[in-house]
Design a protein around this ligand. Structure first.
Ligand code: OOG
Ligand code: MG
Length: 262
């Protein structure tokens, strides 16, 4: 049974307040076990509209739980998406204030920027590669609002798929010049290698995640517009960070990016 509009709005505020004020909440499915996947996305889209109404710009989208490493780490079996707001975005060399976050983790990702619209249903990897303007290196900082970073798929969707911050590197490349399947990444924290991976960790090929996003959005009548920035999902497992940590991710063919938690 679906939740009513008032409950969707209440839960959107509940999750978004926890994000804005950086405090933990219990999984919303504990109080609303009957909620559906559509309810979960309705909650996410309602919080997104609230941010826009307050003057924030939505600057991109993300896919999450697209790799076996992540699905296994979080105990879920399907990918999910979320949106990226203007204040989530940081550049290479940034300092990120950890006190604004609850229990952040970092994960290496490949970001896509589109040059033409992409829509489902039936969107496939060829459509994605043809519609991609360029790819660039990125690190996502996820910060589930749920206690101990534990959730089920509906709860995490309602919580904007744990979106929190992301950092992009300055090197853009044409997908024609890269093999995104074998593109390797090495993630270091304070000079120590903590995770390694290759693009194929993301559904066999990161562009597959973008096709999946277009197909999921089509269920709501939404389209990925030309110019959209999209995080395709973690290549590595997510690693917890603390104040003072220096994160460096080396991407084959896409350069290195670094930032610090202060
Ligand atoms: C959900 C978001 C996962 C990814 O890239 O797999 C994600 C979570 O693990 O908190 O962003
Ligand atoms: Mg991610």
């Amino acid at each position: 049974m679906s939740l009513d509009r008032a409950t969707i709005e209440k839960l959107a505020k509940h999750c978004e307040d926890a994000e804005l004020e950086a405090y933990e909440i219990t999984k919303i499915t504990e109080d609303y076990p009957e909620m559906t996947y559509k309810d979960a996305y309705d909650i996410q889209w309602t919080a997104r509209a609230a941010k826009e109404a307050r003057g924030h710009k939505i600057v991109g989208m993300k896919m999450g739980l697209t790799s076996q490493a992540k699905m296994k780490q979080m105990g879920v079996s399907d990918p999910c998406y979320g949106y990226l707001a203007d204040y989530f975005s940081f550049g290479d060399g940034s300092c990120i204030k950890i006190d604004e976050l609850i229990h952040p983790k970092v994960e290496a990702e490949i970001a896509f920027v589109l040059k033409s619209d992409l829509s489902g249903p039936g969107c496939h990897i060829g459509d994605v590669l043809a519609a991609t303007d360029f790819v660039m290196p990125a690190v996502e900082i996820i910060d589930s609002r749920y206690k101990d970073f534990k959730f089920d798929l509906k709860s995490v969707i309602a919580d904007n798929s744990s979106s929190s911050r992301y950092v992009t590197g300055g090197r853009m490349r044409d997908v024609k010049d890269l093999d995104l399947k074998t593109l390797g990444v090495v993630m270091e924290i304070n000079g120590e290698v903590v995770e390694v991976g290759a693009g194929a960790a993301v559904l066999g090929h990161p562009a597959t995640a973008i096709a999946m996003l277009a197909n999921m959005l089509a269920e709501r009548g939404e389209v990925l517009k030309a110019g959209t920035f999209i995080l395709s999902g973690a290549i590595t497992a997510a690693v917890s960070v603390k104040k003072g940590d220096n994160v460096t991710v080396k991407f084959q063919d896409l350069g290195t990016l670094s930032f610090k938690f202060i």
